[in-house]
Design a protein around this ligand. Sequence first.
Ligand SMILES: NC(=O)c1ccc[n+]([C@@H]2O[C@H](COP(=O)([O-])OP(=O)(O)OC[C@H]3O[C@@H](n4cnc5c(N)ncnc54)[C@H](OP(=O)(O)O)[C@@H]3O)[C@@H](O)[C@H]2O)c1
Length: 387
Amino acid sequence: MDGHRSVAAAESGARRVACVTGATGYLGSWLVRSLLRRGYHVNATVRDAGKASWLLAALRGESRLKIFEADLNTDESYNEAVKNCQFVFHVAACMEFNTTAKENIENHVRTTILEPAVRGVINVLQACAKSDSVRKVVFTSSISTITAKDDEGELRSMVDESSIIPINQVWKTKPKGWVYVLSKLLTEEKAFQFAKEKGIDLVSIIPPTVAGPFLTPSVPASVQVLLSPITGDPELYPILTSVHSRLGSIPLAHIEDISNAHIFLMEHPITEGRYICSAGSCSLPELTDLLSKNYPEFSSKRFHENSCNSIHPVISSKHLTNLGFTFTYSVRDIIQQSVTCCVEGGFLRLHELQPRMRMTWRHSAPCLLEERSLESQSLKRDSSRDL
Ligand SMILES: NC(=O)c1ccc[n+]([C@@H]2O[C@H](COP(=O)([O-])OP(=O)(O)OC[C@H]3O[C@@H](n4cnc5c(N)ncnc54)[C@H](OP(=O)(O)O)[C@@H]3O)[C@@H](O)[C@H]2O)c1
């Protein structure tokens, strides 16, 4: 985070308070930890404080951390948490991917998921508008709002923040995870619109699939999706193939880099619009090859993906790197650390692979990996390079 005069530096000496919504989630909990390590005071919002005791335990009695209960579906519930904060990270989101409704599907999705999701983001931004203290909001978007396909359905060679998937197309085709795609598209659109009306400085970060170590007491969904080729999970593997089909590859980012990028964008004095934050990409055959070569004990038929042209669209993070952000972890690091964490944390039991070659997810302690080993595994790399 060198090379720019940060808001934090400009305020050195002042008490810096940031609110993080969705602090019990994968990204939210890691971001809380990163902010505390940089000396910020953090107001972390959770839906149910009783179920968030693991967060306090993982952060070992940090005195600069305050927990607030808030729900996106409850009006005014973010007011207290946001009060006196200079910065707000809106990470929480409804994580419904599909719907089980059989009739009036579109109406059902609209009224039970999308409208509440939009009210939720307005709820958070209303709290920001009411406070006299909030200087900047970072909204966590998603790569699911992006497509590499042009109007003819052909893959572009380069994908950036403007390659937004058309809402009408999502309603029409209802691809895997379409409910989530719509909710991310609509909430982000509404967030920018509301922020403009109220004069709030809002910036959006677009993470791809995020993986690596985790603080949460169970394996984050995105880590499970990434490792689905070796778990053979019939629900999760299609999410990976759907990402691959939409983007021509699987873009990835390490949890530490994603947290750092949130803070980087928050601290940077001149930011605008959306920022893709992808360390690099691999194709599905490359991912399965890497898993089977490095972890031969996992090898099975499910690794065999038809190889395709290894030249895939570049998912550009130039908008972010041009500001001075650098990635610490490569695609290879992300995959290796995800596997290591899941095996060492006791989430994946290798001996249970035989005879069905199926892994099972278990609940265990948070998986942090020692800082030293994280650092030694990392390779400094340019964001435009892939696997
Ligand atoms: N992980 C990825 O690969 C990835 C990629 C792209 C974008 N993102 C975005 O990053 C953000 C966090 O994702 P994640 O992977 O950390 O997911 P996660 O682990 O499922 O966390 C989601 C968080 O949102 C909270 N939440 C859900 N509904 C809520 C509501 N009605 N009111 C208040 N809080 C609510 C959850 O609280 P509970 O614990 O109470 O359920 C949880 O803290 C999301 O905006 C997601 O779209 C993630």
